[in-house]
Design a protein around this ligand. Structure first.
Ligand code: FAQ
Length: 316
């Protein structure tokens, strides 16, 4: 690659992608490929970390010891996913401090979905079933993306998300077998989380500025609308199974296409949330900034310990 012009390098890079080769950290890559991956992977990592907050809200109020243990494990998993994806992002030559700094300053985004409140226990079921369900559809595709560290992270993360999905569905299925009040609570949670879950897949293809480039590089393997459709098609029958009604009067199965048709998504609400004006945006950022400040001593202690160990290693 040494004597090639930038254009020739990019051409060779695209040929590798077209052949289905996996790009690894030490391989040459266009600067734009690197920066797009940093944008997308860091947004994903921040989302996993912020995603701990709505569910963390119910750990102390889970209805039984078993539910509490399961929820605690799930929230810890999400934290682990965040750290795992941060490590993957660091292979693109950016430090954890920079990544976290961009998030805390508000420069980097996180998923719109985590700006909605968890009002009742049924919301924990709805998050597991719908939010993790949407995340699995999106991430199963990303497990086949062209960047090795991201693809490998997704394989492992999807396994855990499958457990999260099942536990959420089981919470709602249990409520739907309960009293009228419990059924109403489950339905109300799905009414509030359905549309925001569809927004997780990002804007419609015609309004998605990054999609064409990311698909050319096989970072995205399917478009936002295709993945959204896949999620709807697999989720509606699950709702039917437990007697939950999807809050969309226009939802109907099209026998010819074998897909569900659905009503219009409120994109104004989506853009409002990603601009920082959702119900919980301010609360979420406040919580993360406080956690960062309160955790300073831990970072300092870990750094001091690491330095001491290194020094010992050199002496030995
Ligand atoms: N929220 O051109 P596109 C989880 C932004 S993890 C906020 O289509 P792209 C696990 C987008 O950044 C959930 N912003 O963008 C869990 C761009 O703005 P920018 C997170 C959004 O990148 C479960 C602009 O709109 N998953 O749930 C959103 O091609 C339960 C234009 O959009 C990932 O991050 C949104 N929903 O496609 C944890 C997966 N959608 O940056 C706890 C990886 C779009 O140019 C509990 N990411 N935007 O200023 C992706 O697959 C993609 O980045 C998309 C967006 C599909 C999210």
């Amino acid at each position: 690659m040494k004597n090639l012009t930038e254009q020739e390098r990019e051409k060779k890079f695209q040929e590798r992608i077209d052949r289905g080769e996996i790009i690894e950290p030490k391989d040459w890559m266009p600067e734009r490929y690197r920066s797009q991956l940093i944008r997308m992977m860091s947004q994903h990592a921040h989302s996993e970390i912020v995603g701990m907050l709505p569910e963390g809200n119910w750990i102390t109020r889970a209805p039984s010891l078993k539910r509490k243990a399961v929820l605690l494990a799930k929230v810890q998993d999400e934290g682990g996913h965040g750290l795992y994806i941060y490590s993957g992002t660091e292979t693109l030559n950016i430090s954890r401090e920079e990544l976290v700094g961009e998030f805390l300053s508000g420069k980097a985004k996180y998923s719109s979905i985590f700006n909605y409140p968890t009002l009742t226990w049924a919301d924990i079921g709805a998050i597991g079933w719908l939010v993790d369900g949407a995340a699995i559809v999106n991430q199963t595709a990303l497990a086949k993306c062209s960047y090795g560290p991201y693809a490998r992270a997704m394989v492992r993360i999807c396994k855990e998300e499958n457990f999260h999905h099942k536990q959420g569905y089981e919470i709602l299925a249990t409520l739907m077998k309960g009293t009228e009040g419990q059924k109403a609570m489950a339905q109300d949670a799905v009414n509030r989380w359905w549309w925001p879950s569809l927004m997780m897949f990002g804007p419609s293809d015609k309004d998605s500025p990054n999609s064409a480039e990311l698909m050319r590089w096989k970072v995205k393997r399917f478009s936002n609308d295709d993945l959204r459709q896949r999620f709807i098609d697999r989720t509606v029958p699950q709702a039917d199974n437990i007697g939950i009604k999807i809050p969309d009067p226009m939802l109907k199965f099209n026998e010819t296409t074998s897909h569900y048709e659905y009503g219009p998504i409120n994109w104004e609400e989506f853009y409002n949330v990603i601009k920082g004006n959702g119900i919980c945006n301010r609360e979420r950022m406040k919580a993360r900034r406080a956690a960062h400040t309160d955790g300073r001593w831990v970072r300092e202690a870990a750094e001091a310990y690491a330095k001491k160990q290194t020094a010992k290693g050199i002496e030995a």
